[in-house]
Design a protein around this ligand. Sequence first.
Ligand SMILES: [Zn+2]
Length: 246
Amino acid sequence: MIDLHCHLDLYPDPAAVIARCVERKTYVLSITTVPKAYRHTHRLALGAGRIRTALGLHPQLAATRTSEMGLFEELLPSTSFVGEIGLDGSYEHRSTLSVQRAVFQDIMDLCGRAGGKTISIHSRAAVNEVLQTIAPYASSCRLVLHWFVGTPRQVARAAEMGCWFSVGPAMLTSARGRASVAAMPPSRILPESDGPFGSLDGEALNPWDAWLMVAQLADLWNKQEDEVGRAMFQNFRSLLTFDTAA
Ligand SMILES: [Zn+2]
């Protein structure tokens, strides 16, 4: 199983969740929301060979954590994975958009200069601006749009740019989410849980629950579940090899 966007450090008992990921042979991209959380979160998963930790500064926290940009820069050479970063233009966060923009742009510049980073990107209520910001970095980094809800045109623009899409079970329960996924190229889609924020029927999703999206995709594409599952692994292999040190 694969979960390309999960906040392992924010579960009530991260060690227990990680132990179950190991048991279930689940590949996880462990996402952080502030640079100060990176070292600790990375340490949590030491010894879990299928888990990699990403260095992030979440757009919803960017305004109060700009002081951690120095730490972000210091830590960046130690990982190939970046996220969660991006922009959030929703009602609750739009007042901080100018700071969010500065932070996002700085991080993309750092990643562009370093090259070879795989980046998990948040674009809630800011799709066009996110696409415009990341476009210059599409050749130097792998860009993964997380929970991307866009029009077919926006999805096509992202796909042409070479973006990947991480899609979860919660996203596939809404009509807008399904319409967005239906427009995505099947070879660029990967599972995500966004746990513990991502939930289904009021229950926080665990990393292995990201795989529930396989049945939903099979339904959407009118394909067999095992065929979709194999496709997800193939996509995962084309995106990256978790076996290499990172
Ligand atoms: Zn997230």
